[in-house]
Structures are given as structure tokens and as C-alpha cells.
Design a protein around this ligand. Structure first.
Ligand code: UDP
Length: 337
């Protein structure tokens, strides 16, 4: 099997590339390195490029017979998408349309799409199953929902079958310690907590403690990045078995508050973590928890790393490596001077 992974130098994409290679799949990565890192791609062929560059995508796709595309490449900051919707619609929507047109033109039959819980907007009920109304609150969420709709139409018209995977809160790191989360700037809760661990001059901000939740802080469903990647591998199988286009919600089905995540990080790191309560972040629903019964039943998805403790432990191993790299780099610079 040959697979094109867009955004394969990013957080989830790089873990996916590792998993595909371990299964003996031929992988080509395309990433424009706007958010990813070349050294996060552990193997396969690497092409620097933008998914919206139709000529380049077609050149890549015509190099061999690609069975599938797994499309991770996307901008991911909800707040930024409100301030700069053009950036999100251009990349996440127009760029994806161009990629899809190239896929159809080159005879690719299967497409796995990184969608998001952000398509649902403010939850009407929880846990959130696939039939929950989709009313996104941000351009980011709307760009994901629009692509889901486009994919349904492209299946009907052009026979391109797809699986949309709506991630809840992707977290954790490669259990073997080779890869992890590296967003610059970092906006996600778990890496920010761990960056503050044991650093007396740093603190983590808690965005709101007056939500209608048991401890007043937001509740989220954290799902291990490797488990998410397993779901993509199962989605490829699903499409190979000629099953219909479908969308699945991916989470562990249990919610943890921001305060609970901080408490878990204190236990795992055994270090003090300073906290400051700050204002609510715009667009944050109080509770987001997935009902993933459909993915478990239909795909046979069985998350392996479903305890928050394990997720934070793996993220902490990665954070310690990041700190060591920073020390080594500054030691190298000092030596040069
Ligand atoms: N959060 C927080 N402080 C931070 C970053 C995030 O309190 O510095 C909260 C945020 O309001 C949300 C949860 O942590 O309730 C998870 O946020 P994250 O940005 O990691 O993921 P999202 O839920 O936006 O996908």
C-alpha cells in the first residue's frame, strides 16, 4: 500500500508516519513546514510543499500508484481563526479542495480527513455522538465541517470514498519517546502545564474557573495521539474493505477538568506547578466529551493508552527531552562563542 500523508511533519501526522512505516506501508510525506519539523519525519519520502499547489501535488501523486491520502495539514488555532478567517478558509478549505481535485484527477480512491470536535460548537448534550447537531462557533470549526460536506459530495459525484475523524483533545506523545507535541507557539493545555512544571518563574493560566462544571474549570476528553493514529490505520482498512464513507468521533469518553489535569501533572512530574486563574477563553464550551461507540463498534477501535496518567506520563517524557535539547543547544552556542 502507498499513502500520501499531508502534514506528516506535524504533531499527529508525524506519529502517523511512524505507525505506517512500522506496518510496512510505503509513505510519502508532504508538508510546507509552516508548523511542522523536518526532523519529526522518521522515514519515507519527504516533499516540502503546500497542499494547495495543485501542480506539485499532481506531480507527487503521478510518481506512483497511491491508494490513499491521509490529510492532516491544517491550521489549528481556534482563536486565530476568528481573528484571521481568510488564513483558515484559504488553507483549510481552499487548499483541501485543491488537494481533493488533484486526488480525483490522479485516481486516488481513499481519503482520511483530520476533522475536529470543533464542528459541533456548543454541545446540546454530552457525550457527543456523530448525530449531534453541527453548529461550529469558529472559522476553524466551519472549515472542517465544510470539508466534511465536500467529501460527501465528492464521493457521490466522483467515487472518492472517505473517513472523517473528529478528534476531541489530542494529547500525549510517542510511547517510545521518539516524537511528541511541538507547536510554536504552544497553546495546548498539557504541554503548557508541563513546560511550567518545576519552573518557579513560570505559571500555567487556567482559562476560567466559573464554568458550570464540578470544579468550575472546563472539562475535556483527552485522547492519546497513538490511539488516534490507530484509528486512522483502521480507517484505511475500512476503505480497503470497500465500506462506505463515514465520520467518527474519537475520544475516550471520560472528561477531565483543567484542575484535574494539573493535579495529574503534579503527581506524574512530582514537581510544583504554579497556577493563575485567568479570564475565560472565547469560544470554549464548558464540557466536551466524545461518544466513540461507533468507532469502537464499526472500526474495532480500542484505545490502548486511555488513562490520563499515561497520557501525561508520555507527554512528560517528551517535555524532559525538549528541555535537554534546549540545554544542549545553548551549550553548543556558548561553546561556539
Ligand atoms: N486551557 C487553559 N489554559 C491554557 C490552555 C488551555 O486553561 O493555557 C484550557 C482551555 O480553556 C480548554 C482546555 O484547557 O478548556 C483544553 O484546551 P486546549 O487548547 O489544550 O485544547 P482545545 O480544547 O482548545 O482543543
Amino acid at each position: 500500500m502507498k499513502v500520501l500523508v499531508t502534514g506528516g511533519a506535524g504533531y499527529i501526522g508525524s506519529h502517523m508516519v511512524k505507525l505506517l512505516l512500522a506496518s510496512g506501508i510505503d509513505v510519502v510525506v508532504m508538508d510546507d513546514l509552516s508548523g511542522g519539523f523536518r526532523d519529526a519525519v522518521v522515514g519515507g519520502e519527504f516533499v516540502v510543499g503546500d497542499v494547495g499547489d495543485r501542480a506539485q501535488v499532481e506531480r507527487v501523486l503521478r510518481q506512483g500508484r497511491f491508494d490513499s491520502i491521509i490529510h492532516f495539514a491544517s491550521f489549528i488555532q481556534v482563536g486565530e481563526s476568528v481573528a484571521e478567517p481568510a488564513k483558515y478558509y484559504r488553507n483549510n478549505l481552499t487548499g483541501t479542495l485543491s488537494l481533493l481535485d488533484a486526488a480525483v484527477a490522479c485516481g486516488v480512491r481513499h481519503f482520511v480527513f483530520s476533522s475536529s470536535a470543533a464542528i459541533f460548537g456548543e454541545p446540546k448534550f454530552t457525550p457527543i455522538a456523530e448525530d449531534h447537531p453541527a453548529q461550529p462557533l469558529s472559522p476553524y470549526g466551519f472549515s472542517k465541517l465544510a470539508v466534511e460536506r465536500v467529501l460527501a459530495d465528492y464521493d457521490r459525484a466522483y467515487g472518492l470514498r472517505s473517513v472523517c475523524l473528529r478528534y476531541f483533545n489530542a494529547a500525549g506523545a510517542d510511547p517510545e519517546g521518539l516524537l511528541g507535541e511541538r507547536h510554536e507557539p504552544e497553546t495546548h493545555l498539557i504541554p503548557l502545564i508541563l513546560r511550567a512544571a518545576g519552573v518557579s518563574s513560570a505559571h500555567v493560566k487556567v482559562f476560567g474557573d466559573d464554568y458550570r462544571t464540578p470544579d468550575g474549570t472546563c472539562v475535556r476528553d483527552y485522547v492519546h495521539v497513538t490511539d488516534l493514529c490507530q484509528a486512522h490505520a483502521l480507517a484505511l482498512d475500512w476503505l480497503e474493505r470497500k465500506k462506505p464513507s463515514v465520520a467518527f468521533n474519537l475520544g475516550n469518553g471520560s472528561g477531565f477538568s483543567v484542575n484535574e489535569v494539573i493535579a495529574t501533572a503534579r503527581r506524574v512530574t512530582n514537581l510544583p506547578i504554579n497556577v493563575q486563574v485567568a479570564a475565560r477563553r472565547t469560544g470554549d464550551p464548558a464540557v466536551l466529551v466524545a461518544d466513540s461507540a461507533a468507532a469502537r463498534r464499526d472500526l474495532g477501535w480500542a484505545p490502548q493508552y486511555d488513562s490520563l496518567e499515561t497520557i501525561v506520563q508520555h507527554a512528560w517524557t517528551w517535555e524532559k527531552k525538549r528541555r535537554q535539547d534546549l540545554i544542549n543547544r545553548s551549550a553548543g552556542i556558548t561553546k561556539k562563542i
